[in-house]
Design a protein around this ligand. Structure first.
Ligand code: NIG
Ligand code: FE
Length: 425
């Protein structure tokens, strides 16, 4: 017997149907259905349309019913860039930054990513897992149904494998989908610093030992590098990403956050799935992205948290025809948020994206950035029934309200995984 669910009463159902990924003007096409309904069979969408259309489906009659009472429903957010597993906050650095120290100054003094590495190595797997479970519940409470997760706070063989192993365990223990990325090349670990070839030796360890092992154990689908000033050079990034690709891992990159290094050109050359941050890109980089299928993922939470005035050039990227996505970059150093609605608010006010563009960038284009555009990111027959339901009357109110969570319900594969009514009861 099929397990069917009939969802009705969406005042606006944002289907995001149609061609994926979205570029240029198509980014704001949300495919809105008024008085929308969705029929779900075994976790997969069997019909989408108006209430009248979907209720006429032969399976609708026997289905369990979920009435949304006029709320706005859309595909669950796909958060395509997070550093899910970390041991603790870096609130001590927040104080320093507010007092005037820059992110890079703090990192040079041994804070920054290395501070989080020290904390992670000292933490038990169980403590890391509990923290990640709590974060994943918060992601769900904010309408996110799929989360990419990067390693990168271990930076030695055992600790990196521990993080990637946790991605796998978490996948089995909770409902959100986790897409695992290996980011052993986050920064050069302390043990390799202060030696002539320290960074290159670490890169060789990654390329010849750790990446093959990660691939053998099937622990990561993507390989990422923080290619920036103070982290890894373009040459080192190329070595890591080509080793990853040879083992079946698709490249993605942290690019041009702190300085323009040429990382975006490398991403395009290697057909990376995405290159992320992009605050410092130039016109040639924008043109290269526009001609490519590499997603330009903007992370405005970083600029906000670091108190920077200059955000990624969203308008120029969209107008040039690049595939733009948005993500939280959830991490303890630059973006301690797991709220995609907050990211949408920042995208609208700070980067001048329209609410419609921001929503498409956080759903269908983000799904494309993770190679999941056939299963996720829009509400269409055959895709997973992943939905976020917001307690608003108009979809523009999702970014319009900020600092409050208006998500009322989150559905993953046709199952309610978060309900504000229950959370508040
Ligand atoms: O995406 N830029 C590199 N990685 C993170 C920051 C990590 C940290 O500071 O802990 C980012 O912003
Ligand atoms: Fe990041």
């Amino acid at each position: 017997m099929a397990n069917s669910l009939l969802i009705t009463g969406a005042s606006q159902l944002l289907t995001l149907r149609g061609r994926a990924p979205r570029r240029g003007k198509a980014l704001s096409n949300l495919g809105i259905v008024k008085d929308g309904a969705v029929l779900v069979r075994n976790g997969v969408i069997a019909a989408v349309g108006t209430r009248a259309q979907v209720e006429a489906h032969p399976e609708a009659r026997g289905a369990e019913r979920l009435e949304l009472g006029g709320r706005v429903a859309l595909p669950g957010f796909v958060d395509s860039h997070t550093h899910l597993i970390h041991a603790a906050s870096r609130a001590e650095e927040y104080d320093l930054r507010i007092a005037g120290a820059s992110y890079e100054e703090i990192a040079r003094k041994g804070g920054g990513i290395l501070n989080s590495v020290k904390k992670l190595r000292a933490a038990t797997a169980e403590a890391l897992k509990q923290r990640a479970h709590a974060a994943l519940r918060q992601f769900a409470a904010n309408g996110t149904t799929t989360v990419e997760a990067k390693s990168g706070y271990g930076l030695d063989i055992a600790s990196e494998l521990k993080i990637l192993g946790l991605h796998r365990e978490l996948q089995q223990e909770q409902p959100l989908e986790i897409v695992s990325t290996f980011l052993g090349a986050h920064v050069v670990p302390r043990e390799y610093r202060g030696k002539a070839r320290g960074a290159d030796d670490y890169v060789e360890l990654l390329a010849t030992r750790l990446i093959p092992q990660v691939a053998r154990e099937g622990l990561a689908e993507y390989c990422d590098v923080f290619c920036d000033r103070g982290a890894f050079s373009v040459k080192q990034a190329r070595r890591v990403l080509t080793a990853g690709r040879a083992c079946g891992m698709t490249p993605r990159l942290h690019a041009e956050q702190l300085a323009r290094t040429g990382a975006t050109q490398l991403a395009v050359e290697l057909h990376a799935a995405s290159c992320d941050h992009l605050e410092k890109i130039n016109r040639a980089d924008i043109r290269a992205l526009a001609k490519s299928n590499t997603v330009a993922t903007l992370l405005p939470g970083c600029c906000f948290h670091l108190g920077l005035e200059h955000y990624g050039p969203a308008r120029e990227l969209i107008e040039a025809g690049a595939i733009v996505a948005l993500a939280t970059d959830y991490n303890p150093g630059t973006s301690p948020t797991l709220s995609m609605p907050m990211i949408l608010s920042l995208a609208c006010t700070q980067m001048r994206m329209t609410p419609g563009e921001a929503i498409a960038a956080a759903t269908i284009n983000a799904a494309y950035a993770l190679g999941r555009q056939k299963q996720l990111g829009s509400l269409e027959v055959g895709k997973l029934a992943d939905l976020a339901v917001f307690e608003v009357a108009d979809y523009r109110e999702i970014p319009y309200y900020f600092g409050v969570n208006t998500c009322g319900m989150t559905i993953k594969r046709g199952k309610v995984i978060y309900s504000r009514a229950e959370a508040c009861a």
